[in-house]
Design a protein around this ligand. Sequence first.
Ligand code: SF4
Length: 1017
Amino acid sequence: MTSMILIAPSTAGKTECCIARIRELRADQLLAESWVLLPDRFQTAAFRRRLAAAGGGVGVHIGTFGDLYHALLARAGRPIPVASDSIVHALIKTAIRDAMDRGELAHYGPIAEKPGFIRTLRDRFAELKRARVFPEALEEAARERGPALLELARLYAAYQARLHDLGWADPEGVNWLAVEALEQQPALAAGMRLLVVDGFDSFNGAQLAALKLLDAILPEMVITLPGTPQMERAAHRRFARALAALQAVIPDAQVRALSDSPHLPEALARLERGLFESPPERAAGEGRVTFIEASTTADEAREALRWIKARIVRDDLRPEACALVTPDPERYRPHLREAGAEFGLPLRFTHGEALASAPGVAALLDLLQLPLRDWPRRLTLETLRTPYFDLTTFRLGPREADLLELVSRYGQVIGGLAQWEEALGRLARIERPPHTEDGESLARPDLPAGDGAASLWGRLQAFAGRLAPPTEMPIRDWVRWLEDLLDELRFFERQETHRDEASAAGLRETLRALVLRDQVADPSAGNYEAFLNELRSTLEGTYYQERHAWSRPSILVLRVLEARGLRFKAVAVLGLSEGLFPEVEREDPFLDEAVRSALGLEPRLEREQAGLFYQAVTRADRFLLLTRPALAEDGERWDPSPFWSAARALFTEERLRIQPEAPRPLADAASPEEILFLAVRRGGLPQYYADLLPRYKRLRRARDVLNARLTDDGLNRFEGEASAIADLLVERYRHWSPSRLETYGSCPYWFYVAHALQLEAVEPPELGLDPSQLGLILHAILERAYREAEDPRDPEAVLKVLEEAAAAEFEAAPERYGFRPSPLWEVEQDHLLERLAKTVRGLAELGGDWTPVAFEVVFGREGAPPLVLDLEGRQVRLHGVIDRVDRNEERRLRILDYKTGSSGLAAQDLVEGRRLQLPLYALAAQEALGMGEAVEGLYWAILSGRPGSLKLSKFSHKKGSYTYQGPEGAVQLARAHVGGILDGVHAGAFRPQPPPGGCPAYCPAAAWCWKYASAGW
Ligand code: SF4
């Protein structure tokens, strides 16, 4: 019947005092029953260790309030099944549905079925239960406060009634029952001699009720609180509330203060006693307290781990003696995980991760979406590539995903099984994909065609058939269906990492819970979509944790509230920027402050987060790091938090500002990658790191090469130098097309990447035509119209048949060229027809007595002779397709080359070697095909309906004293360029050289080329 509230600042010896009292009692009465209650599992483990270190306390019960409640219920002979997360989720959902069916949710109706609403209700119901607010009390309070709260109260009552009918409790409901049992049978706790409650800085309603009852029953109770009996300091305000609440339920408790000073180095002790005090007692941090300001949260996490690694290496700390405290674990988790893996630091997160975000489970949810979303391209390809499924039964896997990716680009598959079928069906009907006008392939050579395409469709179809869900059935049957599927895909056998295994176990557990829930809550049949929604929302609300053996040393990553009561040698507190810590306080839209106050719930405003910060910074026995990000995600400056400023005011040292680009000492490196990076920057690798020497040399060479490339110094002569493969290229390209020559003429490195390496820029397919398909269609229409016109010289005669020719080509185009019409295709056709008509008229307006005599004239292919250029004894064979050849009455020729776009059609493009087609086509018609003398040639830009400015008859270029004049001069110049290009290829010279006007977006090197020049607007 003696209860004591023991108050002292952090680290002043409260826990030691408790341990001493336990040992004293045990020395006196060996078999006396003692209990120690702590906030969570981490604190219970830490207390156990400290008790063992002090000499042990075998038989002392160390646990949480929850453990005590279960023990009391067991003693009362009333053990009760506890509903899992998923059962609670289902019962709340059932309560919502029932209320909606009765038309009782006028206020929350629009959001009632959203997963977020169910999660919110679950949190609020748990909070109400922790505060021992019974449904009747909430309904009573709601009567005067409007319909929203009344609806909430009714849902709470319905949920609780359902739970009660089933004879179950939720985790928070156990405390009600335990307190009720204790009220009815105080003898349940009669055997307890001592109860110690340590590590708390606040208590909820159920805990206070239990302590009140136990105070009346137990001979001795010791409750510790941080602070001082007066609780005057700003840092202690949070604890003042806890003290007042305790004194309200245990009015006779003695309050005792410990007189010991905190057992801390002076700098940390000063922080403890001076935090938020005025004026600040300012002095040096003596290496005990460090402040780091990093650019982003990612850099901040990295710097915090670097600092911890330094403590482990230089100060000989063990990983488990170090901790990171974050205000927002989800924000920091990926950054910490990544840097921890790079630095070789094992981390143990105290907070689980949503099952839905585990890689294997996320892959499964994607797979299950396939039939619902009708096999969208990206999801289909990712599913075939994921390592979590064994698809060998269907003869599908990553290789087939690559093929389907080619198919999707060729056939513009955006999504839909019908689109896959159509694209593969079209390929199955052809032997090889269509080609461009000059014979360059539109598609990759490994694009499946013929039987290969048919077989691929068969396999995809079989897989789709297996995933096609049945119609309606109860959840337990859906779960069985899913488990069969997972077995077939060997999903559980394919989980490799600890994280995978933990999440797979969580998934099994969730499926079991869904079946159980079906039995107890809602056994009605539902469709596949409803099942998937149920599964997804349950997985989103269920958390899993990687299992680490407790014996494995690791650094704890804690939430701020979890830090209280624990002690470490080194602690890093992250996130000290405005709005992150302290968190922005907002009123709860479901239970406002007035309701909270009336029901005895924790307030949402004025939460006294300063007390949490005090708790966090007083966890370190030797070293403390405080960090903050200076930039928010959107790049805006992020102001320091008042907590950061208050702590900084106590120390004379400047904060360290970390700028990722700034040089830093090699000693700061925390991973081999960082050592190499910094060593290359400083220009030397110390002997100590000799094992990294080969990597260092490679990296340094790469750095030198890149620098030389960027600075145009003497080393630059090696840029683009690939003479080793020159012979291979000469062998590969015995025949040339003008467009391939032009690629080299535009930029040798572009040629190297596109033709020597045969890489292509990969873009996800989009509905509608791509530029090469558009070019093919326009060419075909013009060819057809001029061929079919009664008099191809008469524009009116051509216009007369143009519409019909266009309609036929437009209709056949999707199948022929493999594109999927966009919804605008009809409108596009009108626009294209208009452009084509303008071309017909425009060509007629050029004048002259030209008669079109040949279209799509092939040379160097399909049995037609090639154009052979003799370049000073070296022969070059060229092939291509001339769009149109006109002839005049003197039987002389005009060469026309249609272009879709209008850039690069000037004489200067020929002069600089970027556009060679026209003179080479003229020469081919004249020499290879013997069609007559070519006296004119021009490019025609179809979409803009006008000619390019280069005209062979008017061409003139002066070089030195020589003038290249007319078609002959243009041919002469083109020959010279071809010779130069071949010299370059034979020498293996592929230096990047951005074309004037910028690099084309379709250059496959655009993503990495160090000379890339934007084309601008
Ligand atoms: S990005 Fe520009 S400079 Fe680089 S290879 Fe392509 S065209 Fe040449």
